[in-house]
Design a protein around this ligand. Structure first.
Ligand code: SF4
Length: 329
């Protein structure tokens, strides 16, 4: 967590990340501003689907916060541009990466890749140490089904943009594929995705599945064993991403325990937990994902809202933790 009492509007975390360790998030868009509306999106449905690039949040304020964080907290394994939407829609995201380039903490850009069709976006993204691009479709039809992109976006142009970016980017390019049961989980579908990925020649390919409540109920996860069996379709074989690194920091356990404690009292939505703890939605979402994955909580849908409630096993563990003094006052 941010240690000082300073309140940040555009920074959150550091949160535990599957690939980035303790990752400080930089959020450059208002909630759910994206060029896609992916069926698996953990943030829910896109409310502002757009391809308009502009200064969604004041860049000077973002840079001031980053500078202040570096001078006071400044402790993370990575600084990641991600959060409430697609970061490359912000017209000045490259300025953030250029500033981060001047300090030793590596920077990562998490993107859906759709804006990399533009040369200026490719140039700006080039300042990141790591660029992780999500690609879960193999043609226009599957693209429209899975990612529900803005109508101006074409799958072939997206692939061409990614190829052009790879040709000029000397940092680490990672690609992540979300596999969903019955949507893109057949070996035939995965082979088609692998064919597209091969054109881009990323440094690594990561297979993932739905771990947190998705935008659409039909976006169901596949079993880890099945995911592992698909990894060999890629060249070189894809990595299967575990939910969290094993060496989670103590504060992560404490935060999970705090959320669990709240859910013991009453089921809550993500927004209610965000409001109660003043944490960023991406941060809350990660903790909820871990509590779901470990079977401590379960989700209940009611009139379109997702509520989280303590599973019986989780209640027992939560009480045990409380006895150990892990749960705060
Ligand atoms: S998963 Fe990423 S690209 Fe897809 S809708 Fe959510 S924020 Fe946008």
């Amino acid at each position: 967590m941010i240690k000082t009492n300073q309140v940040y509007n555009y920074l959150y975390g550091p949160v535990p990340s599957r690939r980035f360790g303790r990752s400080l998030g930089v959020d450059l868009t208002p909630f759910k501003t994206c060029s896609f509306d992916c069926v698996f999106c953990q943030l829910g449905r896109t409310t502002q689907k757009t391809v308009l690039r502009k200064e969604y949040v004041p860049i000077d304020a973002v840079l001031t916060e980053i500078q202040s964080w570096l001078e006071t907290d400044g402790d993370a394994d990575c600084v990641t541009l991600s959060g409430s939407g697609e970061p490359t829609l912000h017209s000045d995201f490259g300025k953030v990466l250029r500033v981060l380039k001047q300090n030793p903490i590596p920077s990562a850009l998490l993107t859906n890749g759709s804006m990399l069709v533009h040369p200026e976006v490719r140039d700006a993204a080039g300042y990141a140490d790591i660029v992780k691009i999500s690609l879960s479709a193999w043609d226009q039809r599957s693209f429209e089904w899975i990612n529900r992109p803005h109508p101006q976006l074409q799958f072939n142009e997206l692939i061409n943009g990614l190829k052009s970016f790879r040709a000029q980017f000397s940092g680490k390019l990672w690609m992540e594929i979300f596999i969903m049961l019955g949507i893109n989980s057949s070996p035939e579908a995965v082979k088609k995705i692998a064919t597209q990925i091969k054109k881009i020649q990323p440094d690594s390919v990561q297979l993932n599945t739905v771990a947190r409540p998705p935008a659409e109920e039909f976006a169901a996860p596949i079993q880890q064993a099945k995911l592992a069996s698909l990894a060999g379709i890629f060249e070189p074989p894809a990595e299967v991403i575990a939910e969290f690194n094993a060496n989670s920091e103590k504060h992560i356990a404490a935060t999970e325990a705090s959320i669990l404690s709240m859910l013991q009292r009453r089921p809550c939505t993500t927004a209610q937990i965000v409001g109660a703890y003043g944490m960023h939605i991406s941060e809350v979402s990660k903790y909820l994902g871990e509590l779901m994955r470990t079977g401590q909580i379960l989700e209940k849908r009611k009139k379109g809202d997702v509520y989280y409630a303590v599973a019986r096993r989780g209640l027992e563990r939560g009480l045990k933790d409380e006895n150990k003094g892990l749960i705060g006052p």
